[in-house]
Design a protein around this ligand. Structure first.
Ligand code: SAM
Length: 323
């Protein structure tokens, strides 16, 4: 049931809404995690750590679009998702119906191509096939965000371990959400039994490595000390320092730009040069025959009302109103 391919037939670009901004793409990828993804991926670029990118669970492409922006020349980005294919088991099928009922692969592709020229390699299949599609030890960053059920996450962790380069980074979504205890159990189980070393946690994600976490932890702590938009603390977990971040006001990096973003309003024209005030002109008296000035007319009415018999006053004032 696995399909690895180029875009699905019948391009949906004309029918599906095309995001004008990154904020228009539905998903669960919060600013604080955009900030931390950016930190790890920019650090990899700075230290010349090359390798491929992998996302398990793409939904409408929010985090995939973001990740795709860090793909280097000659590197491969693979996303694996069931999209609109049947899930491999009943609990996973129920999870899909509950949370991702409107998902289609065409929606993912339309979104992705709004921000990038080319699609990533799309594996439309359960994540259990991923180790047969991606070569071992080739990925520098893996985002695990597919099924949130224990058995599946357990398998995804094992896949990430095989596919990552030794100092590669893995990010797990919803590792402590109330509604997905299976993710917590699987992730902390991997810390206890497989040598996964957590580096940093946010409200939604845990970032770790099976390599040496110390260089990451040290430079991330230094960088966080310069940030005023997030709180961070450090706590020892399983013998290693673990950074905790709270970032409801985190300032994420500049978002990916959609090719459908409306053009900015044109710059306002420069204000005209101030002109010298015109010379005052002598007042030209209005010809007496054109308009009766209001003051004069009301004075005439008042005199008429006071001095003439009522019948004449009425005749005169109604005649002046008609005029
Ligand atoms: C939480 S969403 C991904 C969100 C996305 N990473 C984002 O940030 O917007 C989970 C995705 O995993 C997919 N999924 C669920 N179970 C899966 C499985 N067993 N294999 C592959 N994909 C699965 C769903 O189709 C859904 O698109």
């Amino acid at each position: 049931m696995s399909q690895t391919s180029t875009p699905v037939e019948g391009t949906a670009a004309e029918e599906l809404p095309r995001p004008e901004r990154f904020a228009d793409v539905k998903g669960w990828f919060w600013p604080v995690d955009q900030m931390i993804f950016d930190w790890f991926l920019a650090r990899q670029a700075d230290t010349d750590r090359r390798g491929d990118l992998l996302e398990l669970g793409a939904y409408m492409g929010k985090s995939a679009i973001f990740l795709g922006g860090y793909l280097g020349e000659g590197e491969t980005f693979t996303v694996c998702d069931l999209f609109d294919s049947p899930a491999p088991d009943d609990p996973n099928s129920a999870e899909m119906d509950r949370s991702y009922a409107t998902l289609t692969r065409r929606a993912f592709e339309t979104n992705y191509l709004s921000f990038h020229d080319e699609l990533p390699t799309v594996v439309q299949a359960p994540t259990s096939v991923i180790t047969s599609k991606v070569a071992p030890g080739t990925c520098r960053f893996v985002h695990v965000d597919a099924s949130h059920l224990y058995e599946h996450v357990h398998g995804d962790i094992e896949a990430a371990r095989q596919l990552l380069v030794p100092d590669g980074i893995v990010a797990f979504d919803d590792f402590r959400a109330e509604h997905c205890p299976g993710v917590s159990a699987a992730v902390w189980g991997a810390v206890a039994t497989t040598g996964l070393k957590p580096i940093v946690i946010t409200g939604s994600k845990l970032y770790g490595t099976w390599g040496d976490p110390a260089p990451f932890t040290e430079s991330l702590r230094e960088w966080l000390a310069t940030r005023t938009d997030v709180w961070h603390g450090v706590e020892e977990v399983a013998g290693l320092p673990l950074i905790r971040i709270k970032g409801p006001k985190a300032r994420p990096p500049a978002p990916p730009v959609s090719r459908h973003e409306p053009l900015a309003a044109p710059e306002p024209l420069p204000a005209p040069e101030p002109q010298p005030a015109p010379e005052p002109q002598p007042a030209v008296p209005a010809p007496a025959t054109t308009v009766t000035p209001p003051v004069r007319r009301s004075l005439a009415r008042r005199l008429a009302r006071d001095l003439l018999p009522p019948i004449l006053t009425r005749a005169l004032t109604s005649g002046s109103r008609r005029r």
